[in-house]
Design a protein. Structure first.
Length: 737
């Protein structure tokens, strides 16, 4: 904060990065809500420190270069660049200080420290089982190493600047992960960490040069425009181009150094040896699993169709481990449709889950499926989001897994013993199951794919479908799994509540269609949601009265102040009707506004301070509301902007709406803001409203029994969006009744 030594910013930035890298490694140790808050705050401070550090490095770079110059004129021109950077650095110092003060005042760092200290105290008398942590270390280091090695094809391509920068990020993550687990290994991975650090450093030097190469031409153009004398302008440009040539030479030198470092370590089998060192955890894990399977009293949890739903998977692990489960089986379709493919894969690995591949897993990693509409969006998102390391893991999975436990032969596959695409349901005929059992050559057959939880037993065999962890399709949104016991043999089918709202919110924040969120909230298939949306597309316009009445009943379950929303709704609709020839919106949009006005304060039941955002969440998540998926986003967005910040395209609720629809949301939200302001005191002071308008103004004539002092103040404050979207001044005129 004193800014008297640039090394402190550097050290704090590195420390914040290390902390950010370490937190996710032990995510299961921390409470979910606090974890997100900690991670978000640390990310903010890292960015602020990064901006400051980058400028510090660039200033030092210019100063070192300037010392080598022989002519005072050329030095003077570089001073222009130096001054520009110093001014920028000074201007952002206030934000650095502000950011540090905020994080200190929030108590987040102290909270993390206290929580870790509490865990350490509680575990101080317990024996430490390093085996579990070594297993965790193996998977985390392996995944980070796979990510780093996935960029190998760009090593010998000098002009792939973005790929080299991505490789630097992967090297950094690998290094910090290795540092976190280093105490578990012989020699503490000292040489391995040094080598990866060398890669990170040289790639960082290359990136610094790349930033300069992009910046200097822009700086030349910007500064030349201010220099009137042509001769001076030419000399300035030449001085800066010389600097640019120097940077290009530096970049080439660093690149050659990087290639030599890569070639040397590749020839010395450094990466193979590193993987072998960390494979200790995998070896131990296999031995442990084999030992557990030999125990007839072992409890086995069976999962399937997680579909990248991290919240549901976490709940299943928590519940199963609480019931004494020691082995986990996964019948495939680990990814697809959900927002967290990488996190889910990594958690399955970390828990040593024995998995088979699913049909959707294959469609994503092979990219051969011909999907349309929402399914195409899901496929493309999963393909884009999936890290190379996680893709490699899924590719390594078998199509079937055979085990023998307590004398019983067990087969696990995704679809059926005949085909990965074949569905088996609870009502599949016994004759068909018997034929499949003959093909399976097993007494216990575990399948997934149909998302239908069931246990079917006949003629000495049983079929078990644990249901879907992440995408239930039977109308019950609870997550599903099963537990198998073998002494005696028993199958327990389990359903659990989990934080579905958080899972739905995560989908929205990834800019995925609302139908995906509704699929989870209702516990039905995507096809059912799409069909329902098509059926109800015109229902809102045709039955707006019924839709509004349903919204009123649901609004009352959250907040009892019906007089306020009734008044706001009346005023909003009067403004809408008075401006029909200006906004040119119709019955559908009027109905959106009416429902948003009725529900705009529902969030007060959750949180008064941010109730506009809570109202939006309730509208999105309450499946009782008779809206299509698209209408939910629209109505929720209108309600969200009735107070506080104005609409921005980066907001998750607007991310999937097209430009025309977003414009409609802005118009309706602008009207709702004004209407809400005109009932600021919740006393229904405005008895009637008349709207007049011309090309420059909109006049709201309000009739009232008393003065509108507080309402007028709120009106003037909340008319900002209205005036912006209608490009007209809005004026309030009031008269006594």
């Amino acid at each position: 904060m004193k800014s008297d030594d640039i090394e402190y910013v550097h050290k704090m930035r590195v420390t914040s990065r290390r902390l950010r890298a370490a937190l996710p490694l032990f995510r299961v140790c921390f409470p979910g809500k606090e974890f997100k808050q900690w991670a978000n705050q640390l990310k903010k401070i890292t960015r602020q420190l990064a901006n400051a550090r980058d400028l510090d490095v660039q200033i030092a770079f210019i100063e070192q270069y300037t010392k080598k110059l022989k002519t005072a004129t050329e030095k003077a021109y570089l001073e222009t660049l130096l001054k520009d950077h110093k001014n920028c650095r000074e201007s952002i110092q206030s934000s650095v200080v502000s950011g540090l003060e905020k994080i200190e005042a929030s108590g987040i760092l102290q909270s993390i420290s206290n929580f870790c200290e509490q865990i350490s105290t509680e575990q101080s008398n317990a024996s430490f089982n390093s085996n579990q942590v070594i297993e965790k270390a193996h998977w985390h280091i392996s995944f980070r190493l796979d990510d780093f090695l996935s960029m190998e094809k760009y090593v010998y391509l000098e002009n792939k600047q973005l790929k080299h920068h991505q490789m630097q990020i992967y090297a950094k993550k690998l290094r910090y992960t290795m540092e976190a687990f280093a105490p578990l290994y012989k020699d503490k991975l000292t040489k391995e960490i040094e080598t990866i650090t060398a890669f990170q450093d040289v790639l960082g030097e290359m990136h610094d040069c790349d930033v300069w190469l992009a910046y200097i031409p822009k700086f030349i153009d910007k500064t030349k425009a201010k220099i009137k004398a042509k001769e001076e302008s030419t000399k300035f440009e030449k001085a800066l181009l010389n600097f640019l040539a120097y940077i290009k030479g530096q970049r080439r030198d660093h690149y050659n150094q990087f290639v030599r470092l890569w070639t040397k370590n590749k020839n010395n089998n450094f990466f193979v040896k590193l993987r072998k060192t960390t494979n200790t955890g995998l070896t131990m894990s296999k031995a442990k699993t084999k030992q557990l399977l030999a125990n007839p009293d072992v409890k086995i949890a069976v999962l399937s169709d997680v579909h990248a739903n991290l919240q549901a998977l976490e709940k299943v692990f928590e519940d199963a481990e609480g019931r004494g489960v020691e082995i986990f089986l996964n019948a495939g379709d680990t990814i697809g449709f959900g927002p967290y493919p990488n996190e889910v894969v990594e958690m399955l690995c970390e828990k040593n889950v024995l998995s088979v591949v699913g049909n959707y897993d294959l469609e994503v990693i092979e990219g051969k499926a011909k999907a349309k509409g929402e399914k195409k969006i899901a496929l493309e998102f999963a393909k884009k989001e999936l890290a190379k390391s996680c893709e490699g893991y899924l590719q390594s999975l078998p199509h079937e897994l055979r085990l023998e436990i307590a004398g019983k032969k067990l087969l696990m596959t995704h679809g059926s013993p005949r085909s990965i695409e074949e569905h088996i349901y609870h009502d599949t005929p016994v004759e068909q199951l018997t034929a499949l059992a003959d093909t399976a050559k097993a007494e216990v057959i575990i399948v997934g794919h149909s998302h239908d939880q069931f246990l079917n037993q006949a003629d000495g065999f049983c079929f078990v479908n644990p249901g879907s962890v992440g995408r239930p399709g039977d109308g019950n949104p609870q997550t599903a799994y099963a537990i198998l016991s073998f002494n005696p043999f028993n199958v327990e089918l389990i359903r659990l509540d989990y934080d579905i709202a958080a899972a739905a919110g995560a989908l929205r924040k990834k800019a995925l269609p609302e139908s995906f969120a509704q699929m989870l909230l209702r516990g039905v298939s995507l096809e059912a949601i799409i069909e329902e949306d098509c059926t109800e597309e015109d229902a809102m316009v045709q039955n707006c009265k019924e839709t509004a009445e349903a919204s009123q009943e649901i609004s009352k379950t959250y907040w009892q102040d019906t007089e306020h929303y009734t008044q706001v709704t009346r005023i909003a609709l009067e403004i809408f009707d008075g401006l029909t020839d200006v906004h040119h919106l119709g019955k559908r949009e009027r109905c959106w506004l009416e429902c948003a006005a009725i529900l705009h304060d529902a969030g007060l039941s959750k949180n008064r301070r941010g109730h506009h955002k809570e109202s939006a969440k309730l509208i999105l998540n309450d499946t009782r509301l008779p809206f299509t998926s698209q209408e939910r986003r629209i109505v929720a967005s209108i309600a969200r902007y009735h107070r506080k910040g104005l609409p921005k395209q980066k907001h998750y609720n607007l991310a999937t709406l097209d430009r025309l629809t977003v414009n409609k949301v802005k118009i309706l939200a602008g009207i709702l803001r004004v209407a809400d302001g005109l009932d600021y005191t919740h006393q229904s002071i405005v008895k009637s409203l008349n709207i007049k308008w011309d090309t420059k103004r909109v006049i709201a004539e309000c009739v009232s029994e008393s003065e509108l002092t507080l309402e007028e103040q709120a009106f003037n404050k909340k008319k900002d969006l209205f005036e912006k979207i209608f490009a007209r001044k809005m004026v309030l005129v009031w008269k006594r009744q």
